[in-house]
Design a protein around this ligand. Sequence first.
Ligand code: ATP
Ligand code: MG
Length: 354
Amino acid sequence: PKIIFSGIQPTGVPHLGNYLGALKQWKDMQDNAREADKLFFSIVDLHALTIPGNADKLRQNRREMLTSLLAIGLNPERSTIFYQGSVPQHAELQWILSCTASTGYLSRMTQWKSKLSTLTSTPLSSSFPDPTIASPALKHGLFSYPILQAADILLHRSTHVPVGSDQKQHLEFARECVTNFHSAWSTHIFPPPQTISLDSSSSRIMSLQDPTKKMSKSDPNPKSKIFINDDEATIRKKINSARTDSISTTVGEYDPVNRPGVANLLEILGGFTGKTGEKVAEECKDVTLAQLKMLTADAVVAGLEEVRERFLLLGEDTEVNRKRVKETEEVGTQSAKESAERTMEKVREAIGLD
Ligand code: ATP
Ligand code: MG
């Protein structure tokens, strides 16, 4: 049987990119899983601490992400849905793994190097950026982030981890952590986690306002993205004002390089109809851009309708909802803690901390 693990940071209501690129696929995985398979979906609040914040905001974001996961159709009776921070074993295992993790390997991580280059003047091309580089903006949590990610995965002895291409390197590192840990302590506890690639065509939905950049939670412009709880009028307005081009008034060929805005609409439309952008382009090549926007808006509105309704319903501050949220949190925490403790007993024994 498979043990599937994936996580998402509680940093705001998910957008269409998060939905098509990850969350919808989590839901499909849940629905297609076999009886004996286990699924863990974590709201990774400890990871979110790398973005300096505010306690009330984090509290709100955690709840909002839980509501989002329920709204997209994850079922707490089938999947373990939990806050990472409510299961202290994640941090415990991170420390233990960090004692056999290589700083050299960590400093070669693309995500770290790109933070390094934004926060300091270190060039991204630098082959071995010095992790001790003195900049008050560089925090250790950002550097050791992949170790926490490895701990998340290994703690539940996960066999399959669905990730986008940006996370493949971190998965590779998690496997390295397994090897290092096993050889340091002459033990064999963790199955090496396999990557399930989420790189379908919709693995990169682009910003509606600048289709050369990916749609992103951290983009301050709300018109650049569609949230899973946007209403119909908002969805139509945002898609109508999506940036395309004046190369042609019809769809023509699928051409993400020269016509990124059009290609993005094709990807979005395809994401909801189970087709690739290329395939949609073939079918719509004589369609005008105005019509394409309408078709895309129709597909998004219809595709998100149920999600949005559930989101609104669950988000209402009622007695029933408060109870449901509390129960979901308790059930998830309990189940994740049991799974974590089963692993940690083995780990503590292997290293002499039992
Ligand atoms: P941030 O800008 O803060 O990094 P984000 O929008 O990239 O936020 P994450 O929380 O980093 O969101 O990612 C959650 C999941 O959504 C990940 O699996 C990631 O691969 C996926 N994802 C994020 N943006 C997109 C996108 N534009 N297209 C497809 N998938 C995406
Ligand atoms: Mg991201």
